[in-house]
Design a protein around this ligand. Structure first.
Ligand SMILES: N=CN[C@@H](CCC(=O)O)C(=O)O
Ligand SMILES: [Zn+2]
Length: 389
């Protein structure tokens, strides 16, 4: 639906502004109207006092909320790993080894083929209400393949993340030190112009990923190159990822599945800086224990939700699915889950302009085929959300 040049949205069953007021900060309004002008929110208020606009769209009781912010995805890949998923469903454990399969297929794909795959995945996300997506590299793992992954990602989003330190690639086995030098040197140099962020798979529980010291070296080089920092941490077992993320002031530490009391304490102390991004689609798709979101929220940690859409641990692009899992499996209220998928996830990207509906912000809106946000978890698996603009 086009909302140009100016449109007043009426008949909104429930407006979820995420303005920080009320239950879970959702700032719910009823009998509200929204005016969109030139792609921005121009006015929010009571329907009765709504100003005129060029067009009027009656939403017939549907709920409107900020478009979802998916702050963690790996969309630039080719190849199929559905057999790996099936094997996990019969008991095989995930250890990151399958990443090499996606790396081989991604390297073999043409630019056009990768572009087409990313476009399809981004469109799939929009069809489910996502209006901002972060996209990582990490299936190239050569200077050229990482740089082109990021070039292609930046055609779709400004939230691009260099993940040369995803795993040590198969051809570098035995040469970890040399690969780290490549990642922190020429690869970082080639990728930095196309990336806003850098990330590292800090996971001593996987033979393929990186230790605390290796991860620190990657993050410190990335910071020197002007990139913001993110960390994959505490996914497969207890580990140093959370403490390292807090130490370096990362915007987000993602997964947070296995946390000690000291990890939670560190995240509470860093709640203004470092967000704990939970990715329950991963636990679903790897048949693992879910992170304890209740413990984190009750302690005062900043929590976000994202899909982690990737070919190995979660090939789902659906934020509504993630919200349903968060409510059903992680003890979050529907309101907390919606907040974490919008304003919380925006905070994980250090953005205050998205993830909320506020005058002056971009008109990144999602609409539900339902009267309230409660339906996102209540009607799990039903495609009720879509991006409005
Ligand atoms: N853990 C590291 N990276 C991805 C999985 C990548 C893959 O298996 O292809 C994740 O976030 O789960
Ligand atoms: Zn990931």
């Amino acid at each position: 639906m086009t909302l140009e040049p100016s449109t007043v949205l009426t008949g909104i069953g429930e407006l979820v502004t995420c303005d920080g007021t009320g239950e879970a900060g959702l700032g719910l309004r009823h009998d509200a109207a929204v005016v969109v002008e030139d792609g921005r929110i121009a006015w929010v208020g009571d329907f009765a006092s709504a100003p005129d606009a060029d067009r009027r769209v009656d939403l017939a009781g549907r709920a409107v909320l900020p478009g979802f912010v998916d702050s963690h995805s790996h969309l630039v890949f080719d190849g199929d790993r559905s057999a790996e998923f099936a094997a996990r469903m019969t008991g095989e454990r995930y250890d990151g080894g399958g990443i090499g399969v996606s790396v081989a297929a991604t390297r073999a794909a043409s630019d056009d083929r990768l572009r087409e795959l990313v476009a399809g995945r981004v469109a799939e996300m929009r069809d489910q209400g996502t209006t901002t997506v972060e996209i990582k590299s990490g299936y190239g793992l050569t200077v050229e393949d990482e740089a082109r992954s990021l070039r292609i990602a930046s055609e779709f989003t400004t939230e691009t993340t260099f993940l040369g330190a995803h795993v040590v690639p198969p051809e570098a086995r035995g040469g970890r030190a040399a690969y780290l030098e490549l990642v922190t040197g020429p690869m970082l140099q080639a990728c930095a112009p196309h990336a806003k962020w850098a990330d590292v798979f800090c996971e001593p529980n996987s033979p393929h990923a990186f230790t605390q010291d290796e991860s620190r070296a990657v993050l410190s080089a990335a910071r020197d190159a002007g990139l913001g920092l993110r960390v994959h941490g505490n996914q497969l077992g207890h580990g140093p990822g959370v403490q390292l993320a807090v130490e370096v002031g990362a915007a987000s530490v993602d997964h947070c599945t296995f946390l000690s009391d000291a990890d939670v304490e560190a995240l509470v102390g860093a709640a203004d800086t470092t967000v704990a991004t939970l990715l329950p689609g991963v636990e679903f798709s790897t048949r693992s224990t879910y992170p304890d979101a209740r413990r984190l929220i009750d302690a005062g940690v900043s929590v976000a939700l994202a899909t982690d859409c990737n070919p190995g641990t979660c090939y789902s692009s659906s934020m509504p699915f993630v919200i349903a899992l968060a409510v059903r499996e992680m003890g979050m209220t529907p309101g907390e889950a919606v907040w974490a998928a919008t304003a919380g996830s925006a905070k994980a990207l250090r953005r205050t302009d998205i993830g909320r509906i506020a005058v002056g912000g971009p008109a990144d809106l999602a609409v539900l085929e339902a009267p309230s946000h409660l339906h996102l978890a209540y009607r799990a698996g039903v495609p009720i959300a879509r991006a409005l603009t």
